[in-house]
Design a binder for this molecule. Sequence first.
Ligand code: FAD
Length: 241
Amino acid sequence: MTQTPPTVTTVCIAGCGPAGAPLDVLWYRLPKAPGDPDGSFARLVPGRLLPMIDRGSYWQGACTMPKGTVASLRVAGIEALRSDLRKAMPFLSSRLDTALRSWEDTGFLEVRVNRLRRWYRPGLLFVGDAAHAMSPVAGVGINLAIQDAVAAANALVAPLRRGTVRERDLRRVQRRRAFPTRVTQLVQRAVQRQMIRATGAPDRPAGVPLPLRLMSRVPLLLQLFSRFMAIGIRNEHVALP
Ligand SMILES: Cc1cc2nc3c(=O)[nH]c(=O)nc-3n(C[C@H](O)[C@H](O)[C@H](O)COP(=O)(O)OP(=O)(O)OC[C@H]3O[C@@H](n4cnc5c(N)ncnc54)[C@H](O)[C@@H]3O)c2cc1C
């Protein structure tokens, strides 16, 4: 007997093109050295935001670019990237030639923000990235994937033990998790727009946007944003005997 494969329809999020994101990201890794700044930070250069995430023993660096422009960056050669980094962060100069020798030392992430219309079919449930592609903004992909998994366990352990998982059991998981996914994607898209604005345009100089300036001056705002991104809006707890 042949089985028809499930049809998967993705909702593309309006306003940012089919991928739901106006930017792509190139990731790279650099060793840390004595005298480096403490903690994560970001630098702005025209057309690019350069976040540096402090991973303890190394820097996880990112280079944002308007969506679809990676090919022109690659044509310019790896030295163009090294030169941007050197200008924005002179303290990195001594390591760039050895740590970023070619594009092989970088990883390209084509950013997408979208989600499935329907997360389930009889005998099948999508959660995490399979159900919703998140932007790397604020690093929430893992949080949402784990929260989806906890919600799925809470909803499905009893039916699985009974041996009868119905479609409505699967639907409960989507109903619970779709709202936090939508709200988180909404916030990520707003932040992405600010990131693109921050990097400037031919008629507008690069600069730190107002919401970010406010957050750096009002600690409560930063705490609220961090809490929202870290914990999300629908906290999940394992509720099994
Ligand atoms: C470069 C990069 C940096 C990121 N940084 C962060 C960050 O700092 N913080 C954060 O929260 N998120 C980050 N993310 C996103 C995060 O990694 C994902 O959101 C998260 O891993 C999603 O979890 P998941 O379980 O849904 O999918 P995955 O972690 O992708 O797990 C899916 C698993 O299924 C396996 N698999 C695939 N096909 C098959 C098959 N046919 N048979 C068997 N196994 C299969 C895969 O090998 C994989 O192990 C980052 C993503 C990228 C690409």
